[in-house]
Design a protein around this ligand. Structure first.
Ligand SMILES: *Cc1c(COP(=O)(O)O)cnc(C)c1O
Length: 364
């Protein structure tokens, strides 16, 4: 065999990000919208795509999309302009660009576990040290412990996720303010708000050009556009300027830009979709309660639960039996701190019924 150059030492042991895409009837594992985008959306995108100058590079600064996002988020007390917005291929690329610019060898970030695995994963891939702080047994962050730990470790980036994936918990305004004030002496605070439309408040309420606060969002979930790969962040201009140095030129293609700009014209439809998901979340939570399955009340489009069958089967086995019955949920059973837990995405009424029926049959 010919010589195979070794990969970077720190990547040798690093596991990848795993979320199996199995072919099943009901896919309730990745928190996608169960509904497609609203009528008219695809036609409007298609018409603009047909009129594209395909031989030309896309608008490098994605100015139309960023203007529309700024307008979407501007409110009485939050003054956001296009230069506060950075867009990329999914919020994961947004996070990666942040870590390319602020992470790297000799730098560290803090996460509160369990949380979205990609925060730590992207940090490690960029050679950034990850300090994992623990939530309590209810998956809540102890504010006092958290602030002490942040003062001790002084991370360049502190990650919060609100609502938190996979627990569905929203962090309080008081706690997020306190973290922001604490890190202001040494780092940035990133609040991942992938599921913001389900929460009763947003960290954008704290947005200010003089504060090191970054809020990330995605079109993958509530906007029903996971296929397009589009995400963005809102940050002070002194942050977005640097991101533009770190990111590749023309990184965001014209089709994604068009899809995002068009989606924003369908905001009422998005809100209605979210309301339907909230109603269905009630159905799932009531169903779990009826089956006596412990679960964590969620403020998002997924529910974390911990099933045990009469014969004592739990996490992995229940997950497999759900797959056998055509229902794919997220298997968190072997993740640190999530012993035996599964996470179900809120689907449509038919999917949720199928999930609850399958689970009832498995639990006996
Ligand atoms: C799904 C999800 C994302 C989305 O990532 P994209 O790259 O935009 O698809 C980001 N953060 C969290 C917490 C998520 O659950």
């Amino acid at each position: 065999m010919s010589f195979r150059p070794p990969v970077r030492d720190d990547l040798v042991e690093l596991p990848g990000y795993h979320s199996p895409q199995l072919s099943v009837t009901h896919r309730l594992n990745t928190n996608e919208s169960p509904e497609p985008p609203p009528p008219g959306f695809v036609e409007q995108v298609a018409a603009q795509v047909a009129a594209l100058d395909w031989n030309r590079y896309p608008d490098r600064s994605a100015s139309t999309l960023r203007e529309k996002l700024a307008a979407h988020h501007r409110s009485g007390h939050v003054d956001i302009v296009a230069d506060n917005v950075f867009v990329a291929n999914g919020s994961n690329e947004v996070l990666q660009t942040l870590l390319l610019a602020w992470g790297g060898p000799g730098r560290r970030i803090v996460t509160f576990e369990p949380t979205y695995a990609m925060h730590g994963q992207i940090a490690r891939v960029t050679g950034t040290e990850v300090i994992e702080l623990d939530r309590n047994e209810n998956f809540e962050i102890d504010p006092e412990q958290a602030i002490d730990a942040l003062r001790d470790t002084k991370p360049i980036i502190t990650f919060l996720c609100s609502p938190n994936n996979p627990t569905g918990i929203v962090e309080s305004p008081a706690f997020v303010s306190q973290v922001l004030e604490t890190v202001s002496d040494f780092g940035l605070l990133v609040v991942d708000e992938a599921y913001a439309q389900f929460a009763d408040w947003t960290a954008l309420d704290l947005f200010d050009e003089d504060r090191p606060l970054i809020v990330t969002r995605t079109f993958s979930k509530t906007w029903a556009m996971a296929a397009a790969r589009l995400g963005y962040l809102l940050a002070p201009q002194w942050v977005t300027e640097r991101l533009n140095t770190a990111v590749l030129p023309y990184h965001l293609d014209a089709v994604s830009q068009i899809a995002g700009s068009t989606a924003l014209d369908f905001e009422p439809e998005m809100d209605a979709r979210v309301a339907r998901m909230v109603e269905q979340r009630g159905v799932i939570q009531a169903g779990l309660a009826e089956l006596n399955v412990p679960y964590w009340p969620s403020q998002s489009n997924f529910v974390l639960f911990r099933p045990t069958t009469r014969s004592g089967d739990s996490g992995d086995q229940v997950w497999e039996q759900l797959v056998e019955r055509g229902v794919l949920v997220r298997n968190c059973a072997s993740w640190p701190r999530l012993d035996g837990c599964l996470r179900v995405t809120i689907g449509n009424a038919v999917e949720n019924r199928a999930f609850l029926d399958a689970l009832a049959a498995i639990l006996g």
